[in-house]
Ligand binder design. Sequence first.
Ligand code: ADP
Length: 270
Amino acid sequence: PARLTVRARVAPLSGGLLLLLVEDRTAAHRVEEVRRDFVANVSHELKTPVGGLSLLAEAVQDASDDPAAVQRFAARMQVEAGRLSRLVQEIVDLSRLQVADTLHAPQMVSIDEVVAEAVDRCRLVAAAKDVELAVSGDPAARVFGDRDLLMTALRNLVDNAIAYSGHGTRVAVAVTLHHGLVEVQVSDQGVGISEEEQVRIFERFYRVDPARSRSTGGTGLGLAIVKHVSANHGGEVTVWSQPGQGSTFTMRLPAAPTDLAESTAHPTNQ
Ligand code: ADP
């Protein structure tokens, strides 16, 4: 429930009258609270990989006469450093998305192309788990927006679909266009998400199972980024899921106006 924060002031008027001034500070208060929470979460999240790196550096020093151990610790340092760099990148992405609610230099983007590239980048991880990736597209599905942001969002959805699924399962990505809406559905046959968790997973740093998320290299920011990217494109992201049965994430974005899409697809030399 929203908490109302007010600042009241009493100003004396002539003739013994009093004027009560009430200012609603709820919105400003909430923005400040959200900012403070974010900073606290970021500091907490950064401490884990930084702490890990520092312990590993100590271990390398102690094992200086055991080259095999040094190799092992160095490899783990690389994994931690990769995690740290992904976390920092996602924090930067999310902060940018939260500050700007309009898109910088939007372009015509083919969703089929973005999906194909996002899926390609996930092929190695999928192959390692023997997860089949099935893609169906619609070449007419175009959005006027930011290609890189859309790529990041779709990659997060496909990455998650693979990460929260078992060996030998199937992840399907389907692009459709109807009634002026481009829809991208990412479905998996994985662990699923309970109804109570479904409302929370789009929050920053929220994870259903923190240990599992960390072990798959998750940062807890992926879905918050997907939510902001969808909103910045005038769309939304929703989830359908049943625990043990799998999940389907659907991104719905307004399609680029057909005349605009066609003039960009077939530029004339005027
Ligand atoms: P993470 O980096 O932890 O994956 P996300 O913001 O991408 O963070 O997702 C938040 C949480 O939502 C995850 O920790 C996981 O518990 C849950 N989740 C996301 N996608 C799926 C999925 N496809 N199947 C089951 N759970 C999911």
